[in-house]
Design a protein around this ligand. Sequence first.
Ligand code: SAH
Ligand code: SF4
Ligand code: F3S
Length: 470
Amino acid sequence: MNTKTTVISQAELDAQFAWCDKIAAYWQQEGRTPTAYVETYGCQQNEADSEKLRGYLTQSGYSIVQEAEGADVVVMNTCAIREHAEQRVFGNLGALTHTKRRHPAQKIFLCGCMAGETKVSDRIKHSYPHVDGVFSTHHLWQFPEILYNVLTKKKRQFYVVDEPGSIAEGIPQVRDSQLKAWVSIMYGCNNFCTYCIVPYVRGRERSRQPEDILRECRELIENGAKDITLLGQNVNSYGKDLPGGMDFADLLSAIAQIPGEFLIRFMTSHPRDAGKKLFDTMAKYPKIAKQLHLPFQSGSTRVLKAMNRHYDREKYLEAVNYAKSVMPELVLTSDVIVGFPGETEEEFEETISLIQEVHYDSLFTFIFSPRTGTPAASMEDPTPKEEKNRRFDKLCAVQNAISEEIHEGYVGKTMRCLVDGKDKDMLTARTEGGRLVRFAGCDSLIGTFQNLTITGSTTWSLSGILADAN
Ligand code: SAH
Ligand code: SF4
Ligand code: F3S
């Protein structure tokens, strides 16, 4: 496996900033402020990438707008995780023929994980002539150059060369929220779970330097961030490719010691190397949220092996039980796949029994979706779709009952929550474990931590009152 990481040099990045200046000059000549719309699909990693796309666009003189209609630039930052996600993008891409007909100068780009699939870039090349540029995640740092070429060369641009991946520091970011921030600590994935396309479209694991991450966190906290989520496909692998021996737990404790009032959380942890050191570190620091997203995928050891997950049911349960023992208040969430090729009824029941044993606060539930190029896509899969749907519905019903029960258990408790926004006439807040609480209060509380007493619950959310109002 080629694991060589290319670090994008300052000179290469400066060249991109020079393209930004040229784009800004181009629009100055046109005599107006151009507009850009970025649509994001998929996971937080894509959300974080979109903040960089908006950063580059802003630096190139664009004003960011909230819809494709009339925008000079439209960027679709896509997700390839399931067939359904891709179909949605192709549908929405088709609809852009109309926005472009009404505004022929509109430039349309497709990037993100789908752009890393040859079959997708070929399809765009041949069947979607209104798309002006396609670039994979490896080429995001070159977006200004791609945009400038599209504007001036009148030729479609495809930057889709498959690479192990690079790290670019210093791309400007326009963040969605001042309060809650994403910080990517590493990129790519080496795990090659047999169902998953991510390692093919996002390249090899590569960790950012700890100093760069710490600097970014410090700046965010100084600028008012109160909730920072560290991102990576498998954060527990952090540092394995760096000299110096710093691992993820070490990084977490370094961030937890930055002065200020804030919480750090992270996703995603792979159970394969989520061990005692990580959980002890989480337990030790009040600034590390007692929340863990630990995808188990299946409760059957046979299926886990077929998925190439490198842990079994027992090892998973051992890790969870240890985490709960050192953090009794831990909020646990997970991902699960129903209907992996060859999953039997008994194996599905093992998934159900694991859910009942662990008692997750909530679950992200998926039906297996074959992804071209992954080993699982060519595995024999005799289970009919209807049967998979039945299993999926059963699993959701089991989990919903558990979520409801756990939420009922919150009633009467007082918890420190971060007030993060407004929903109609109520304020919204998040518990340390990430549960949503609605309550009445004045807008000036947004951005502060408040003690809330929980007064009601549903499967999905909680309601409460300010503890001082008791
Ligand atoms: N790196 C993370 C997961 C990223 S993808 C991890 O390993 O935990 C998010 C979730 O999508 C996965 O956890 C898995 O449950 C689901 N998923 C990935 N590929 C899938 C596929 N082909 N079909 C159905 N679900 C899939
Ligand atoms: Fe996909 Fe597995 Fe990597 Fe997660 S760890 S991104 S599921 S290959
Ligand atoms: Fe989707 Fe890519 Fe994330 S495939 S889930 S956007 S890493």
